[in-house]
Design a protein around this ligand. Structure first.
Ligand SMILES: [Zn+2]
Ligand SMILES: [Zn+2]
Length: 167
């Protein structure tokens, strides 16, 4: 992709890093669409090329759409007062239908539903999740004890890379 370069007034530099492959796109006033990336409702940043194509969305029943909309707002960090109706079941059928089509609009690039995100669907892993999972499921270990075990076992970082096939 082509990025603008040179001086642009009132602009700021931004960068996006893909949570799946680590690709970095940066540029002045870069938006997700220009970077060919999207963000999901859980905050992952992902290249469009990894975007999932969930099947059967158009065949969902009204109740399933209601569940999808509620699931979306449950995953949101912040739910405005006016959107709380989707969580407590107070939204009318018409409101649910329009919220569903708005959330599942294919032209959206920001905070899109988790159905499109390979990390949220456990199709791909990001390093942060692996890190969090490892320490959550190994309560006997801390970052400090693990680092000291590595130091004893591998002696140098070069040895560590060789053993873990990092390079
Ligand atoms: Zn990527
Ligand atoms: Zn996600």
């Amino acid at each position: 992709m082509k990025l603008r370069n040179g001086f642009v007034s009132n602009s700021s530099s931004s960068a996006f890093i893909c949570d799946v492959c680590g690709a970095v796109e940066s540029g002045m006033d870069l938006c997700m669409r220009d970077a060919e990336m999207f963000s999901c409702v859980a905050g992952h940043t992902i290249c469009e090329s990894h975007k999932l194509s969930p099947e059967g969305l158009e065949d969902l029943s009204h109740m399933q759409k209601r569940d999808k909309v509620a699931e979306y707002y449950e995953a949101c960090n912040y739910v405005s007062e006016s959107n709380k109706k989707y969580l407590n079941g107070a939204a009318t059928d018409a409101e649910v239908e329009s919220a569903f089509y708005e959330l599942y609009d294919e032209s959206e690039y920001y905070e899109i539903p988790s159905d499109f995100c390979p990390v949220c669907q456990f199709e791909d892993m990001n390093a942060y999740d692996l890190f969090a999972w490892f320490f959550a499921t190994h309560p006997e270990m801390t970052e400090a004890t693990l680092l000291s075990a590595w130091k004893t076992e591998y002696k140098t970082y070069a040895q560590f890379c060789k053993a873990t096939k990092i390079k």
